[in-house]
Design a protein around this ligand. Structure first.
Ligand code: CTP
Length: 213
C-alpha cells in the first residue's frame, strides 16, 4: 500500500527571523514512516522542521508552515491508500508577516500584540476538500476527557481511528522517546501500553493495515 504521513511541528513566520511553533520532535511520525517502510509499504513523509534523519527509502518532502504542509498533502494525495496525519500543525499564524525584522523601538518597545488567524485544517480537509477515500488516521492531544474528545474528532474529521495522547502526563508524548496511546475507534478503544515510539508505531501500522475499506 501507499502511505502518506505528516510529522513534526510547523513554523509560522512572524518576521524574517522569528516564528510561532510548538514542542513536537517529529519522532512519532518518523517512527511511523520507518515502520510502514519496514512492512514493505511505499511511504511518503511530509515533515515540518525536525533534527531527525529520514528513514531509509522513504520519500520525503520538507515543509515549514501549515499552509505548505496543506499544499503538499493536497498535491500528493492522489493514489494514496493510507494517510496518517501525525504532525503537530500550528493552529494559528500571524495575520501579517513583517517583511523586515521587527525592532523593539517606538510604540512596540514595552509590549506588542500579534494578531493571529487559524491555519488550514489538513485532517479536516482530507475527505470533504481533497476527496480522500483511503484509510485515514488522525492524532489527538488531550488533557482531559481523552476518549470523549477523541471520538468527537474522529466523527467530525471522518477518520477510521484516532490515536489519542494524554498530554497532561510529562513521561510520555511530545518531547519524550516513549508514548502510551489509545486507538479510538467509533465503537471501541484499544489501549497500547507504554513503549518506545518505534514499537507504538509498528502497532499503529498493524492496526491500519487490517482495517476494512
Ligand atoms: N491537524 C491538521 N491540520 C491542522 C491542525 C491539526 O491536519 N491545521 C491534524 C493533526 O495532524 C492531528 C489532528 O489534526 O492529526 C489534531 O487535531 P486538532 O483538532 O488540531 O486537535 P488538537 O491539537 O488536539 O486540538 P483541539 O483539541 O484544540 O481541537
Amino acid at each position: 500500500m501507499k502511505f502518506l504521513i505528516t510529522a513534526g511541528p510547523t513554523r509560522e513566520a512572524i518576521d524574517p527571523v522569528r516564528y510561532l511553533s510548538n514542542r513536537s520532535s517529529g519522532r512519532m511520525g518518523y517512527a511511523l514512516a520507518g515502520a510502514a517502510k519496514h512492512d514493505g509499504h511505499e511511504v511518503l513523509l511530509i515533515s515540518g522542521p525536525t533534527s531527525l534523519d529520514v528513514p531509509p527509502d522513504v520519500d520525503f518532502i520538507q515543509v515549514e508552515s501549515a499552509q505548505q504542509m496543506y499544499d503538499a498533502v493536497q498535491d500528493m494525495i492522489k493514489g494514496v491508500d493510507v494517510s496518517i496525519l501525525c504532525a503537530a500543525v500550528a493552529d494559528y499564524r500571524p495575520v501579517a508577516v513583517a517583511q523586515q525584522k521587527i525592532k523593539k523601538d517606538g510604540e512596540s518597545a514595552a509590549r506588542m500584540t500579534l494578531e493571529l488567524e487559524r491555519t488550514p485544517d489538513i485532517l479536516g480537509s482530507m475527505r470533504d476538500v481533497f476527496g480522500f477515500e483511503g484509510k485515514l488516521v488522525g492524532f489527538a492531544a488531550e488533557t482531559n476527557s481523552v476518549i470523549g474528545f477523541a471520538r468527537a474528532k474522529l466523527l467530525r474529521k471522518k477518520c477510521d481511528f484516532i490515536v489519542a495522547n494524554d498530554v497532561s502526563r510529562s513521561d510520555i508524548g511530545f518531547d519524550s522517546r516513549e508514548n502510551e496511546v489509545m486507538l479510538v475507534y467509533p465503537e471501541h478503544v484499544v489501549k497500547l501500553e507504554k513503549e518506545s515510539k518505534e514499537r507504538i508505531a509498528m502497532q499503529i501500522v498493524q492496526h491500519v493495515t487490517i482495517l476494512k475499506q
